[in-house]
Ligand binder design. Structure first.
Ligand code: FES
Length: 192
């Protein structure tokens, strides 16, 4: 009896010690992982703040473009943050064509009004980067093919954009992107 009790006591003791040991190890592991996590965050913060562009870099990354020479029906190609940007002065006919489309039938539903500034619906300003795989569509340069919807045509895989630069045919999933911009005056647009 005494032996049995003694053994039981020892086992119980060993069990308790073992569980405590495990718990302590778990705690040490958790504490170590926790510390590593905090270390990771502490390392990330300076990295992220280093990656954020400073105010002067951001200012440099906006572009001012004189649009006074662009006649209705003409377009120019500019550069914004090292990428092509199209600035197009739509004719009354091109505006009417864009507005005649049932927006809900579009792959990327947007009206011309939503893609331009109030009172300046003739100025269509978009990135010149196809939303499929990034080629530069045709249609902004003198005599370039505009495609069957009269806007832009991407020769890489045949995406066709309309007079509001909305995707109408081909593999591109989205309309040509409208960048952030504002009119500095009637003849100058600031992009970015
Ligand atoms: S990149 Fe324009 S259609 Fe593929």
């Amino acid at each position: 009896m005494a032996d049995n009790t003694g053994t039981a006591d020892i086992q119980e003791h060993a069990g308790t010690a073992g569980e405590d040991g495990v718990r302590r190890r778990d705690f040490i592991n958790i504490a170590a992982v926790g510390a590593a996590g905090i270390g990771g965050i502490a390392t990330l913060v300076p990295l992220i703040s280093q990656m954020a562009p400073s105010a002067d870099v951001l200012a440099e990354s906006s572009t001012e473009i004189d649009i006074s020479a662009i006649k209705p029906g003409q377009a120019i190609k500019g550069v914004f943050r090292k990428q092509p940007v199209f600035i197009r002065n739509l004719t009354t006919e091109e505006i009417a064509k864009a507005n005649a489309v049932d927006v809900s039938s579009l792959r990327d539903p947007q009206s011309l009004e939503e893609r331009t500034k109030p009172g300046k619906e003739n100025w269509l300003i978009t990135m010149g980067v196809c939303t499929h795989l990034g080629c530069v569509p045709l249609g902004a340069g003198e005599g370039e093919v505009k495609g069957e919807f009269g806007g832009y045509y991407c020769p890489c895989h045949g995406s066709v954009y309309d007079t509001a630069a909305r995707i109408r045919k081909g593999p591109a999933p989205k309309n040509l992107e409208v960048p952030v911009y504002e009119f500095s005056s009637d003849t100058v647009v600031k992009i970015g």
